[in-house]
Design a protein. Sequence first.
Length: 297
Amino acid sequence: MNNRPEDLLKGLVQLSSLPVIYSKINEAVSNPRSSMKDISNIISDDPGLTSRLLQIVNSAFYSFPSKIETVSRALFIVGTQQVRDLALATSVMSLFKGIPEDLVNMESFWRHSVACGIGAKILATYRRCEMNVERFFAAGIIHDIGRLVLYKKIPEKAREMILRSRAEGKLLYAVEKETIGYDHSDLGRVLVGFWNLPPSLEEVVAYHHAPRNARRYPVETAVVHIADIIAHAMQLGSSGEHYIPCLDEKAWEIVGIPASVVSPTIDQIEREVNDVVQSLFGNPDNDEECKKKKVSV
Ligand SMILES: [Fe+2]
Ligand SMILES: [Fe+2]
């Protein structure tokens, strides 16, 4: 029996640590003696990460007027902490392999996460006081990460829970809790803790379905909560949830921006999402693997 989320994470060796490259970037960014050149060298050592980062900074996510050709330029224009958070988002996406395609389509899963991340970034921009909106993007990317652990570790049970949620018209996270005693947010919180990610990310993941319970980072959590619901309503991809999760009416109050921003936020997500998914998954026209996986969502 896996009565605690910690038990389910045991044995997932490849998830016990994030790719070394992210830890190296994080260390360098946090070290005041590191130069921008040091950080740039670390990133440039990983061609896959370099290419994904350059694609995302040149995508509709930023819409910079001219092309950014090098990592050092990206660090200069976007900022070191911001590039670190983009690197986190793309590193996490490369970790989960071998999940049965009929259970969840990975492009669809990440499309939902990217839509939520973009939405969170846009909502944070409306707050004006947020200096690093990439942090919100990364939080949106990882908010449902616990679900991938369920799919990877207990695929049959996960399938059963998805079917039951649809048959009984119940939200999937409620069915998870009823069936295994905890849900994907509990599992995600433990995983983010294992990875030693910032406590704000841990809280966002833990409470993205119940933002009023977030004690230390209520704004980040409420922003991702609203962005998740917008991504669901737009039907951009799916993490396995068939229904739109309930909105905590306190969330707007916590975030402190008017609900009238929803409509322009939706328009902007629509403009950015394909470009960002393509940056992170590669160009499907040039990539046979992506071509096979491509689905209309
Ligand atoms: Fe969720
Ligand atoms: Fe979600």
